[in-house]
Design a protein around this ligand. Structure first.
Ligand code: PLP
Length: 421
């Protein structure tokens, strides 16, 4: 029987601790990928494993999966002060795509509750927001959207307006990320009274290999959105929970989004957990009956217990500050040792989310042709050397390009950073 189980090329892991992974043949690897940029607290942290196991026992023996648990309230109470939203309301789910899907639904529900029929969601060029229907719709990569729309389109258009997905913050010469003024135009083109939300990663990890926008980008974006009544959705699935050296990357820019999504680092990969978070204003406007929310496994107590243990570990071990320090060391060393390499177009990032963009020609930032499979070759060569890396999309010349993303567990030491480089 076929099973779609593992990405090709990954080692068969026998055990893992901290940033070290050992495969079934006894080969050691340094994990600079954090899985899929997921593992924050490090591999094999016993107190997190124990919290998950203890809660699983409670679920099985005491209250059963269907009856909820106080641990959800406990988790939300400890998380709330760390979130960059005013008076946040937390909607737990099982992963990043569900979080994005929930946030998009909430944006629509918010406007409906205010008597406005807004449904267009503006995304950004090259972005990635997950693999579910709404998340693919707002994806900034035509290759992700295209195969599904003709198939899903006719079936859903009766209930979902076609323009649910919309134009993008694009720019012909480079990454749209750097051009906030394009958003104004995109909203104008779509019809401002129809636009429900703008969704983007504060630091573009999944889409653009750790692109950090200039300091004035987010204030300008937020101003445009507020002026048009458009909700700001910060997709922090990759950047949340300390990855960029702040609890949430929105903090780098003093940003207070209306909605935020998280996943990956929330439970550090020990259990599937995602979060959609609404500001108090959005939550209260939607009201009790305004949103159909909930999946069988959203609100799962093991997710909340694991998330709580991860949060405490990050907080009590100072791992968010460590990410800032180690990230600066990692990016600095990469620039020092690779900065002059003819194939390295850029080294950039925030905290322990560091991207290396690969180009055929450094001067013109010309990307390699896809047929060269440069990222795949680099990943395979690094693996041979005992280093695990994560593939990402670059952004040279506005095209997809090649890039690798370094997102090691936040517990990486100074000596281990030296080994990566
Ligand atoms: N949003 C971003 C920014 C992501 O990086 C990802 C996953 O890579 C997702 C959403 C989707 O999360 P998941 O794969 O947990 O569904």
């Amino acid at each position: 029987m076929a099973v779609f189980a593992r990405a090709p090329g990954l080692p068969r892991v026998a055990w893992a601790r901290g940033v070290e992974v050992v495969d079934t043949d006894g080969r050691r690897y340094l994990d600079a990928s954090g899985g899929a940029v997921v593992v924050g607290v490090g591999h094999g942290v016993e107190e997190v494993v124990e919290a998950a196991a203890a809660q699983a026992r409670r679920v099985a023996y005491v209250h059963g999966t269907a009856f909820g648990s106080d641990v959800l309230e406990e988790y939300a109470a400890e998380l709330a002060p760390l979130l960059p939203l005013d008076d946040p309301a937390v909607y737990p789910v099982s992963g990043g795509s569900e979080a994005v899907e929930t946030a998009l639904k909430m944006a629509r529900a918010y406007h409906l509750a205010r008597g406005e029929d807004r449904w267009v969601v503006v995304g950004r060029e090259h972005s990635y927001h997950g693999n579910s229907r709404g998340a693919l719709d707002v994806s900034g990569r035509a290759a992700l959207r295209a195969p599904y729309l003709p198939w899903l389109g006719p079936a859903v258009h009766t209930s979902t307006p076609q323009e649910y997905r919309c134009g993008f913050d694009t720019h012909p010469h480079g990454c749209g990320l750097r051009h906030a003024e394009r958003l104004e135009q995109t909203i104008a083109d779509a019809g401002p009274e129809r636009v429900a939300a703008f969704v983007a990663e504060p630091v573009a990890g999944a889409g653009l290999a750790a692109c950090v926008p200039p300091e004035d980008y987010w204030p300008a974006v937020v101003e445009v959105c507020r002026r048009h009544g458009v909700l700001v959705v910060a997709d922090e699935v990759m950047t949340g929970f300390g990855r960029t050296g702040r609890w949430f990357a929105s903090e780098h820019f003093g940003m207070r989004p209306d909605l935020l999504t998280a996943g990956k680092g929330a439970a550090s990969g020990y259990w599937p957990l995602g979060l959609a978070v609404a500001s108090g204003e959005v939550h209260e406007t939607i009201g009790d009956g305004g949103l159909v929310h909930g999946f069988t496994y959203s609100h799962h107590a093991v997710g909340a217990a694991t998330g709580l243990a991860v949060l405490r570990r990050l907080r009590d071990h100072g791992l968010v500050g460590a990410a800032e320090e180690r990230g600066a060391q990692l990016a600095g060393l990469l620039r020092e040792r690779l900065g002059d390499h003819p194939w390295v177009g850029d080294v950039r990032g925030a905290g322990l989310l560091v991207g290396v963009e690969l180009v055929e020609d450094r001067g013109s930032r010309t990307p390699f042709p896809r047929s060269r499979r440069v990222t795949e070759q680099l990943l395979a060569a690094a693996k041979e050397l005992g280093l695990l890396l994560y593939p990402a999309a670059g952004c040279a010349d506005g095209s997809r390009g090649d890039a690798v993303l370094l997102g090691p567990p936040l517990v990486i030491s100074a000596a281990e950073v030296e080994q990566v480089v």
